[in-house]
Every structure is written in structure tokens, then in C-alpha cells.
Write a protein that binds this ligand. Sequence first.
Ligand SMILES: Nc1ncnc2c1ncn2[C@@H]1O[C@H](COP(=O)(O)OP(=O)(O)OP(=O)(O)O)[C@@H](O)[C@H]1O
Length: 365
Amino acid sequence: MIMKFFDREREINEILGILDETPDNIYFIYGPINSGKTTLMMEIINRLKDDKKYRIFYYNLRGVRISSYSDFFDIMFEIREDNKFKQMVKDADVLVEGIKFIEKTAKLFNESIILPSDLAKVILSKQKGFDVFRYLERVFREMNKKGLKPVIIIDELQRLKGLKSNGELIDDLFNFFVRLTKELHITHCFCLSSDSLFIEYVYDRAELRGRADYILVDDFDKETALKFMDFLSEDILGRKLSEDEKELIYSYVGGKPKDVYDVIIKLKLGKELKDILEFMLKEEIQKLKYFLEDVKEDDEELYNKIVDALKIFKENYEIEDIKIPKNIREFLVKKNILFLNPIEGTLKPQSFLVWNAIKKLLNGH
Ligand SMILES: Nc1ncnc2c1ncn2[C@@H]1O[C@H](COP(=O)(O)OP(=O)(O)OP(=O)(O)O)[C@@H](O)[C@H]1O
């Protein structure tokens, strides 16, 4: 079954508006886990498919192991033996011919840039004083001259976190992005992540003040979530849900697209709504319970502080960030229990399910 896309008109208009202008900023697309960031970018790519001027380079770092600088390049490029290219460059400048080659082979949507191995050898041998970013800059310049608009999208940016030399790579990568946007205005750059602490880290480290902007892709608000339920139930179940059923779903999973989708799929499999929701909640409660147990075993003092912090959410879904001491809030954000919105300065549970689990578990506290 092909997933149908729902709503997000405001975010889509904003991003299409940005793409229509000259590149001038790096954009961080952020929001809680499973809020629909990737799905939104896929929809954007889909809407651009008939517009011949865009060349989109989309890299999803999910599920790839990045332990070195060169792993990152392996993701950006697909290196292939290419005999035609060999013929082309017999006597000519490999780099110049390479640019022509990439222009020719760049499609609307590329997972990675295809590089003939002869060209890769030249680019990757830094001794020749030519590094990958400088080469790509030349490629993008040439594309611009021809009226093409390259777009780079990096999904799951936080995967760069595990890298030993990540500081270095992040500096190089974002210097490159600043050059492509603020300085040369030749390429749109978008980075997606649900890890707002990492986005903040990148922002500070790469000195992006005044050079980057943020677009929030949040879970749906209540009104939109109920409409999303109608949209999915008609499409997947072939029937409408009652108002009571929708309210019940919302009370358990809120407006998180992935959770709402999961509920509807389980309904299709013939399960009872109440059982589905109770099961999902139980799972979340168990996760949180074991997390708290581990913390308690390790450090009782920290455990007490965490319980105090989580207690604030018994009465509120969203609070001001500084209501929880920095080390505790960062710990809970890292553990994906809370979502920090560094722009608004707010904190909330990663999902309604997590919120409900907090309320259930801390009932006696
Ligand atoms: N606009 C939408 N229309 C239809 N379904 C959606 C939409 N947004 C999200 N979904 C559903 O929610 C799921 C999770 O969305 P997605 O993977 O895009 O989230 P994400 O924010 O990129 O996640 P992560 O936090 O892992 O980066 C999708 O697989 C899809 O089922």
C-alpha cells in the first residue's frame, strides 16, 4: 500500500517558498521523534518532480555506520568504474570532464552522487590540493550557470554524533554549507533531526549565528490529529471512526503521526481499539519503568532528581525549559523521554504515550 500524504500545507508552503528564492540560509528541520520530518521532505521532493530545474541530493544517515571521515564520503558518493568516462578523459582534464559528467548524470532525486572511479581517485587524493567539498562547489557552480538549482538534504543529522572526529567533519561540512548558501548562494541546504541538543551543538560549534534558520515539524495539534484519523481510517479501513473513538485515540497517543498510523493499522488487523491503546501504553510504561530502575540502581540521588523533574509533567504537557535543571533536562532529552524546543525554550514529553506513562508511573509520588 502506498502511504498517502496528509496536510502540512503550512510547512510545505514555507519550504517551497525557500526553494523558490536564492539560497541564503542553512535550514534545520527539527521536531519530536516520528513527527513526520522525513515524510514531509519526501512530499516536497515529490512535488518538485516535474520541475526540471531542481537537482536534489538526499542523504539519509539512518542505519549507516559512520565511524570515520571517509565513511561519510562513501555515503555522499557512489564510486563506479565507468568506461565512457575513461574515454572522455583520455587527454582532457579529469576534473573538468567530471563536472560535465555529474551534470549529465544528476537526476531530480539522487541518493548519492555517482562518481567514476578515475575521477574519485583525483578528488580523494588531497595531495593534489583538491578536496571533495571544493570539487562539489565547482559542480554546483556549473549547475547554477546552467539554471539548475541543487538542493542538499541531510536526514538524521545526529548520526554524525558517533564519529570520533565529528568536530572536524561538522566544521568542514557546515563551512561548506555556509559557503554554498550565505556566500555563493548556489545550493539549498536542509538538515533534519529530532535531536535538538545535537542541533544546538552544531549551531554553536560551527558558528552559525545569522547563517541558519529553523523549521519546526511538530506532532499534529488536536484538531489536525482528529482530521488525520478521518483521513487514515477512510483510506485504510474504508470507514469513518466515531467521535468517541477519535477522542479515545487522541487521549492515548495525541497527535503523533506515527502512533496514530499504528493504531489504525492495528484496527485493520481486527483488534479492539481499547486493547490496542492499552497495549501501546503498557509498552511505554514498561520502558519508562526499566529506565527509572536502571537510574535508581546506578545513582539514587539522580533518580530522585529525575522523578522530581518528571512530576512537573503530571499537571502540564509543556513547560518552560529552565524549570528543570540543565543536567537533568539534557539527560532526559538524550534518553528520548523529553523533547526540547531550543527556539521556544520549551520541554515536553517525546509523545503523548510517554506523557501518559509518566502520569501512570508517578501517580503515587
Ligand atoms: N503528513 C503525513 N501524512 C501521512 N502520514 C504521515 C505524515 N507524517 C508522518 N506520517 C506517518 O508517520 C510516520 C513517521 O514519520 P517520519 O518517519 O517522517 O518521522 P520523522 O520525524 O522523520 O522521524 P525521526 O524522528 O525518526 O526522524 C510515517 O512513516 C507515516 O506513517
